[in-house]
Design a protein around this ligand. Structure first.
Ligand code: NAD
Ligand code: AKB
Length: 317
């Protein structure tokens, strides 16, 4: 990885991944791109370009301009947004990925693409979900994620493109708000705990899902891209997780720091039905064995860090 392109770089993951990639590989060697204009807030210390992944010519032109050898392809619509705009979701999540993979085939690029717990469905074993198992998702997001996993496998096997990826769980972070997913409650709950001392969850108390703190999510992306390719049996779509939690678990952890915090419920049927179709907990042994995946944060250490970082940010405002 010498010259890196990040698509969808202003989103929840991209905004933090770009900072870490620039620390490791140099500011000028990481080109951040998105369809939104960059907010030059001081963290944007390297090149930024407008890039719509639906336009293959724009991708080729940026790859040539910066002599790119690696792409972190993050541009996508998340599950709740995808369910409200299924046609757009297919275009961005599948055609956008296809355009990136075609460019990778022509120019010999390596490509990281995140899949998701959303690639599983109600028929998938929901506890300790195996790496290789039944995938019949019922949301449009899930359909696009399975299609993406298969496309990445195909480009590796058929054309030798160095494709890699992970199935992320819900990502919890404190820099950029989440972009419209089913697991967003697990981020909002921390902001609201500090600002108002209460939160109304759109998922039910019993909803258990895999989650991960952003520093581990960044390590997962870079870790799988830096892994020795001869050791990778799965390459794309490695299950990775750090914790399996419900809204009540997070609330109980928050109450250790903010005892008066209250949690109530106002269920959103669409996001609840998506969450109900996803696993409770994934088995991520393949990632641990094939490239040394080993998350640092659990619910308790993540909660302390989230509350500390968000308090600092609120105090500075
Ligand atoms: P996000 O919604 O926060 O950011 C996505 C970015 O893509 C946005 O900045 C958006 O402007 C951009 N974008 C949308 N359409 C585009 C287009 N046509 N061309 C270029 N850019 C476009 O998403 P995120 O949370 O950062 O997720 C990044 C990737 O990780 C996605 O593939 C997502 O499915 C996957 N993922 C995320 C999570 C999570 O909890 N955040 C979990 C599992 C998988
Ligand atoms: C979403 O909820 O859509 C994402 C995901 C788990 O893929 N956070």
């Amino acid at each position: 990885m010498e010259k890196i392109l990040v698509t969808g770089s202003l989103g929840q993951i991209g905004s933090e991944l770009v900072v870490e990639l620039r620390k490791r590989y140099g500011n000028d060697n990481v080109v951040a791109t998105d369809i939104r204009r960059s907010i030059r807030d001081g963290s944007d210390v390297g090149p930024y370009e407008y890039l719509d992944c639906l336009d293959p010519h724009q991708i080729v032109s940026i790859v040539k301009k910066y002599n790119i050898d690696t792409v972190y392809h993050l541009a996508a619509l998340l599950s709740a947004v995808a369910e409200s705009k299924p046609q757009d979701a297919w275009n961005v999540n599948v055609t956008g990925l296809y355009n990136v993979l075609e460019t990778a085939r022509i120019f010999g690029l390596s490509v990281f693409t995140p899949s998701s717990i959303g690639a599983f469905g109600p028929a998938t074993p929901s506890v300790n979900t195996p790496q290789d198992t039944l995938q019949r998702p019922t949301s449009m997001y899930g359909v696009t994620k399975v299609a993406g996993e298969l496309l990445c496998d195909y480009y590796f096997k058929r054309f030798g493109v160095d494709t890699r990826g992970v199935r992320y769980p819900g990502i919890i972070s404190n820099v950029t708000p989440p972009g419209g997913g089913t697991t967003d409650y697990a981020v909002h709950i921390y902001y609201e705990a500090l600002s108002s001392g209460k939160y109304t969850s759109f998922l039910s108390a019993r909803t258990r899902l895999d989650m991960m703190y952003m520093p581990d999510a960044i390590e997962a992306a870079i870790g799988v891209m830096e892994a020795d390719s001869s050791k990778l049996l799965h390459r794309n779509a490695f299950n990775v997780t750090a914790m399996s939690v419900s809204p009540e678990d997070i609330a109980a952890e928050i109450r250790k720091s903010i005892p008066e915090f209250t949690l109530s419920y106002d269920i959103d049927p669409i996001r609840q039905s998506i969450a109900d179709s996803w696993p409770d907990s994934m088995d991520d042994r393949s990632a641990r064995e094939e490239w040394g995946w080993n998350p640092v944060y659990d619910l308790s250490s993540m909660t302390l860090d989230m509350l500390e970082k968000l308090s600092e940010r609120i105090t500075k405002k």
